[in-house]
Design a protein around this ligand. Structure first.
Ligand code: ACO
Length: 315
């Protein structure tokens, strides 16, 4: 047996709030449509802040809450597709800004909205071989830079934010038992990149995403439970990617998850892609809804048709 536990979590969202009423002034939409279809009321957009600023704030909070010093970190991974530079990567900018030792393994992972799951699983594997047993794992996105303001079906959905978790590896801890999937779908939901002939922009076929998500979510939850030998009742809290309130509601109804065991912050932040899962972890610790010994199920799904689930315990 070996695995990781979460020692602390932090998050950051830039101060500029964009409400549904603000969007009504620039696109043909309305508060009633956005709220009823998605659950979103506001989202945060960067003005002066950089992607690195968001990462630094979230990581500093996570380190403080965990009581861990930068020099104790052996692995630092940022899940993102919207960092300040293609090179250097966001994790090595964080290495510089926080004063992590320069032999810390620092790199970025891109698995869109499921990125934090891919990153925390990778951290678990790498920490087993690291001389320092603490890892720093972030999800951070500046999606406001990739919004297509001509597309009212997507421009209302996304926000900017970063979330971070400090994890500790120990041979006595249970593994995350992560189940991760991807299918390389470049039609349903994604963001065009610097090598593409179209400008960098988010694109989405909303109804296809909805159908994909309502199947992928329960399927990977079942797989994660089977892999870890746990039942739904062994889970203290469910942390879903915050894409759409209706997708979360369907999963909650399917598993009869009581209100006190899941959380939604999509109303405040919109969809923040890779940041959404660690943002929820951070808010849950602030609210005292999880604490030492809490077992949480992390569930992600999204862009490029990547999805997965994992079980993580708080130290
Ligand atoms: N305001 C007002 N009307 C709108 C807006 C808007 N912002 N966007 C679309 N509409 C209109 C459309 O033009 C269309 O009008 P029409 O019937 O006159 O042609 C009507 O609303 C229905 O459009 P659909 O695209 O069919 O809207 P749908 O009911 O599918 O809702 C939504 C769109 C909310 C995105 C839905 O498909 C959905 O929930 N998808 C799940 C995907 C998701 O949540 N994506 C978020 C990010 S992805 C992720 O993180 C996994």
């Amino acid at each position: 047996m070996s695995g990781i536990k979460i020692c602390g979590a932090g998050h950051y969202a830039p101060p500029k709030l964009v409400s549904n009423a603000d969007l009504e002034k620039i696109v043909d939409t309305n508060d009633e449509w956005i709220t009823s279809r998605t659950g979103i009321k506001t989202r945060h957009h960067c003005v002066e802040e950089t992607h690195s600023d968001m990462c630094r704030h979230a990581a500093q909070t996570a380190l403080e809450r965990a009581g861990i010093k930068p020099e104790e970190i052996g692995v630092c991974i940022v899940a993102t597709f919207s960092s300040d530079f293609l090179s250097p990567n966001a994790a090595s900018l964080l290495q510089r800004d926080l004063g992590l030792l320069n032999d810390t393994v620092c790199f970025d992972i891109n698995a869109a909205c499921s990125g934090f799951l891919f990153a925390i699983h990778t951290a678990e594997c790498l920490l087993a071989a690291s001389p320092r047993k603490y890892g720093l794992v972030l999800g951070a996105e500046m999606l406001s830079r990739f919004i297509n303001w001509e597309d009212r079906g997507t421009c209302v959905l996304f926000g900017d934010a970063a979330g971070a978790a400090v994890v500790e590896w120990n041979e006595e801890y249970e593994s995350l038992g992560a189940v991760l999937h991807c299918e390389g779908d470049s039609e349903m939901l994604g963001v065009t990149g610097s090598g593409h002939k179209a400008p960098p922009q988010i694109f989405m076929q909303g109804q296809q995403v909805f159908k994909f998500a309502v199947n992928a979510v329960p399927s990977c939850m079942d797989q994660a439970l089977t892999r870890s030998g746990k039942t739904i009742d062994d889970v203290d809290f469910f942390v879903f990617h915050q894409a759409n309130t209706r997708i979360i509601d369907l999963a909650v109804r399917k598993y009869h998850i009581p209100e006190e065991k899941y959380y939604k912050n999509i109303e405040k932040y919109g969809n923040t892609s890779a940041a959404s899962i660690p943002m929820v972890l951070s808010e849950l610790t602030e609210l005292g809804k999880v604490g030492p010994g809490s077992r949480v199920m992390l569930v992600g799904f999204g862009g490029g048709r990547a999805w997965g689930a994992a079980l993580a315990e708080f130290k």
